[in-house]
Structure formats: C-alpha cells, structure tokens
Design a protein around this ligand. Structure first.
Ligand code: SF4
Length: 382
C-alpha cells in the first residue's frame, strides 16, 4: 500500500488555504479512482523506460516488467507514446546537466522529506536531477484534463524543499527548476527560482500554515480548492458559503433586478458543482451502504435499450432481406478519439489542416474570466 503524508504535497494547494481540511479528511476512506490507477501504471512504465535508457536497468529486467505492465487492463498504446515522450524529456535534461558537470546525478522515484517545514511531510518525486549548481525536479502528469503550470506550483515547491533538505549538504546548489511534463497534452512547463527564495517561502509561508493544519486549527476557507477535498459534499463551511451566495432579498420588487440576475449568474457554476457533489455523495451511500435518507428513496432511472448479440441481430436482419445501408452506419472516429489513438503530433501532421474549430456558443461568465469578451452585436449571434 502506498504511504501518504497527512499534509501531502499534492494536497498543499488546499491545506495551505483551508488548514482545517486535512484532519477532517483523515476520517474518510476513499477507493482510488481508475484515473489514479492509470496514472500509477504510466509512472511505472516511464520509470523503467528512463532506467533502461540510462543503463540503470538490464534489458532482461525491463522486458519482464514491461510485459507485466502491458498485460494490465489499463495499459494502452497511448500510454507507451506518452511515456516515450516523457522519457525523452528526462534523458535530454539529464544529458544537459551532464554536459555541465560529470558529477550530475539522477534519482528516480525519490522519497523526499520536507518535514523541517511540514510536520511528518514527505512525498515522492518522479525525477530529481542534480547538476553543477542547479537542481531540477521533473514530475509526470498523465492526466488529459487541463495543462498544469509549474509556476508557483505548491506541490512542486514542496518537492523542491524536500530535495534541498536531502541533497543541499552534498551539492552546492543555488537554483531550482521545477518542471511538469504532461505528454498527453504536449505540455512541458518549467519554473525557476533560487534556493534562497524557496527556503524563504518554506520558512515564512509553509511552516506556519503547516503547523496549523497539522493541529487541525485555523479557519475553514471554501473555494476552488474544495473540488478534490474528501469532505466536499458534507463540509458545513462549504454548504454555508454556497447557500449564502443566493441569499437574495426576494421581498420587493416582485421581479428580480438586473443586479440580482447577475448575482445568480455569477454563482451558478459553483452552486451546481456543490449541489452535484452532495447528490453524488448521497447516491453513493444509498447504493453502496444501504443508507436510508429520511424522505428519500432509490428508484430506477430511465434505462436505455441495447442489442444483446450484435452478430445475431445482423444475421436476423440480413435473413429478412434488409439492405446493408439500413443495417450499418459508417462514420468517422470523433476528433478526440482519433487524436488520442494517433497522438497529438501524428494527428496534427495527417489531419491537422483538415480540422476547423467552430466558435462555441455564447456563454455568460464573470468579468474576471481569462477568455476575451466576444465583440459584436445581438445580430451577429443570430
Ligand atoms: S470542503 Fe473546502 S472548506 Fe470544507 S474542509 Fe474541504 S477544503 Fe475546507
């Protein structure tokens, strides 16, 4: 079983804001998601590929391990392509460090102890590179959601602190580079800071917050970071914040004013996310734990029809003389599936010029949203 720190590096963006979260989350057991299992498999594959390339693993041992990985139900060819890209990046960065000094070193899956700043804090960095005066930490993110930036990334900075704690006495380091490699999105993000800047952040920002979080003290502070909190569905602070968002004075006049409509609009996404979290939580407990919610019952949703045996259906239709044009539908694989199967580069090279991005439907968002406002009139939308 994987060891986890109470104040994990990956959860730091949450516990450094809401210091009450970790102790509350401690009581909640969660089954690892299929995405987490897929990520773990990809990390294992990337690690052995890098180790083979750098002569840290024999070909025989690599073959044995890769065979096992490829037998896993979660393995895909895309995983091979993505981990190849990640391996190439790591090897390239290691070679650059070696060109600077023959003493350059690389550590894979290195446990890093950042407990001088965070009680019992530790994490595992995928790759730690030590060069002449520069250290680089490279983290593989296998996700396909959004490209994650290394800039001011708390998880990466905590790894950086752990690496300084571990290797600072052996190497005369003055610069830290934090790199996030997300090969499925063709994204590599690097952020550079001095060792002094990182240490100062550790002493003045991390340490006080970590001490509060470890004791379970401080304030509940709901926000974007609640999204991955284990108690997001039942947290009272989050519920109160969301219910207050639409606590409008509905007395007069009988119709909402423009300001009130805007107030509702600007909170809809957050409210819907929270409401869905509560619904998913309640449903999961009703289905898996037989939980009886007062005044509620489980019913069957709308079912959908499907063929029990596609071969038998085809045979029956053909025997009845139905034309193949009626029986079969031929269609092109959707863009996302095709891109996933080919990889971004190959997809772009073969069909990139044949893909056109249609403008999305107009959407009302808050003014601070990073997307540019649409210039035009109502007639243009028609
Ligand atoms: S749901 Fe949000 S406010 Fe509540 S404990 Fe978690 S992070 Fe804090």
């Amino acid at each position: 079983m994987t060891e986890h720190a109470l104040l994990s590096a990956s959860g730091a963006h949450r516990w450094m804001v809401c210091t009450r979260a970790p102790r509350l989350e401690e009581s909640v057991e969660e089954d690892p998601s299929v995405y987490a299992a897929e990520g773990t498999l990809a990390h294992g594959l990337a690690e052995i590929k890098i180790a083979l390339e750098l002569g840290m693993l024999t070909k025989r041992s690599f073959n044995q391990q890769v065979k096992q990985i490829r037998q896993d139900a979660l393995y895909t060819q895309e995983m091979d392509k993505a981990t190849d890209l990640h391996r190439d990046l790591v090897v390239e960065r290691y070679n650059a460090a070696k060109a600077e000094t023959k003493d350059a070193a690389i550590y894979l899956e290195q446990k890093l102890d950042y407990s001088p700043w965070v009680p019992q804090g530790f994490g595992t960095a995928d790759t730690t590179l030590l060069g002449e005066r520069t250290m680089e930490i490279i983290d593989l993110k296998y996700g396909m959601g959004i490209a994650i930036s290394a800039c001011e990334n708390t998880q990466m900075k905590l790894y950086g602190l752990g690496a300084i704690n571990q290797f600072g006495v052996l190497y005369d380091l003055d610069t830290v580079i934090l790199t996030i490699s997300q090969p499925r999105l063709d994204s590599v993000s690097s952020y550079e800071m001095t060792v002094d800047e990182l240490l100062q952040w550790g002493d003045t920002v991390v340490k006080p917050k970590a001490e509060l979080a470890f004791r379970g003290e401080g304030d509940f502070l709901p926000g974007e970071h609640c999204r991955f909190c284990k108690v997001k569905a039942t947290c009272r602070a989050r519920a109160e914040e969301n219910t207050q968002l639409v606590a409008l004075d509905f007395k007069d006049p009988p119709l909402l004013t423009d300001e009130e409509v805007v107030k509702v609009l600007s909170t809809i996404d957050q409210l819907v996310t929270w409401a869905n979290d509560v619904r998913d939580y309640a449903l999961q407990r009703a289905v898996n734990e037989d939980k009886q919610w007062p005044g509620m019952k489980l019913v069957e949703g709308r079912g959908s029809r499907k063929y029990t045996d596609e071969g038998a259906v085809t045979a029956a239709l053909q025997a009845a003389g139905i034309d193949d044009g009626v029986i079969f539908k031929r269609s092109l694989n959707p863009i996302t599936n095709l891109e996933r199967a080919l990889g971004k580069k190959e997809f772009q090279a073969i069909v990139g010029p044949l893909v056109q991005k249609a403008p999305g439907k107009p959407k009302l968002v808050v003014e601070g949203d990073s997307r540019p406002a649409i210039e035009g009139t109502a007639a243009d939308f028609d």
